[in-house]
Ligand binder design. Sequence first.
Ligand SMILES: *Cc1c(COP(=O)(O)O)cnc(C)c1O
Length: 410
Amino acid sequence: MSTLEQESGGAWPTTAGFDVPSETRALPLRPAWVEVDLNALASNFQIIRQELPRSVRLLYVLKDEAYGQGAIQAAQVALANGVDHLAVYTLEEAIKLRESGIAAPILLLGERTPEELPWLPARDLTPCIGSVALAQQWDACAQRLGRPLPVHLKINTGMNRFGFSWRDAAQWITALARLRHLEWAGVLSHFAQSDELDKTFARLQIDRFQGVVSGLEANGIRPKTRHLCNSGGFLDLPGAHFDMVRIGLLAHGVYPSQVCRQLNGLTPVLSVKARISAVQHLEMGDSVGYGMRFVAEERRRIGVIPLGYGDGFPRVRNEGHVLVSGCRAPLVGGVAMDALMVDLTGIPTADVGSEAVLLGRQGQLEICVHDVARLKKSVSYDVLVGWRSRLPRVYLGTETARATASGRFQ
Ligand SMILES: *Cc1c(COP(=O)(O)O)cnc(C)c1O
């Protein structure tokens, strides 16, 4: 019996993280999958919650399927383990959470289109708004409905992406102060650089944010929840926690950088695994894969792993490794859309059916998100969300994680 079968009590684990058509759910599990450890997620939230005073609320940013894990499962675990607010970017993401029965406050990050606004009230979704025109349209929606609608004012303090600019605050604050039908639920900004050692620009953003908040208050706009920190700010800028922090990456057991403060006990949530599908024996001079990018200089034993760049693995050649039988097996040749090949010559116990770890731990060895990010010439965030939906998500520890600490942070 495989480890997976044991963990899930004999049946194949659930793979319903993404929108799997129901008729495919009974199929045998594809021998390549993303493993999501919900116990690790639960424990990470508890560790993060313990770092915060009770007066500071914890918002979980679970955009893009909770950074690749599956948003619904992640939201349920989060809400049972100290999280009180959720945030996503797209309307579809928010509606999917609501349709799964999640009742917690959901904040829509980014900027809405005017066409999206009428969809929000019935689903109890709160937009971030960063322009006077959109604020006026939201105010008009509230007037038509005959009840105040909540808004979080997004302030641009130097990221220069979304939001009202700190520069001309006096002008737009005057315009906002005329709106009569909105509930000033929150005000937020976002750091351009919070996880580097040099916090000069982050501190400038904090000052600008405080300046804008004072300006709002002076004009009778008193947002209930002020929030600025992402994972990096939460770790390194405790003076900027205000009323709430917005955590994404860190909840998944991954640090935004190597230099930020570390918390004891955080564990990576996501692993990527596959079973070796075939073994090939090469003679001297034989090549491997497209473009013949690897040529054997002696007899070699090659394992084929049924996962490729079509699943989100970086399209590298002769670079990187996977963990098999407790050893590192180097990649040989180029990564294909559906497969990659590794050198098993020194690992005689590895064979068809052996479990290979492409991200995560096996025995004493680990391939971490930052290792894969280097291969991909990208960042940890991109590695997490980059695993495509055709890789099934296998959830470990669901029941325990949902039950853990329920009632603990009421
Ligand atoms: C993604 C995002 C966050 C979370 O950032 P992490 O670094 O993943 O913690 C917070 N706020 C906003 C506006 C975001 O877009």
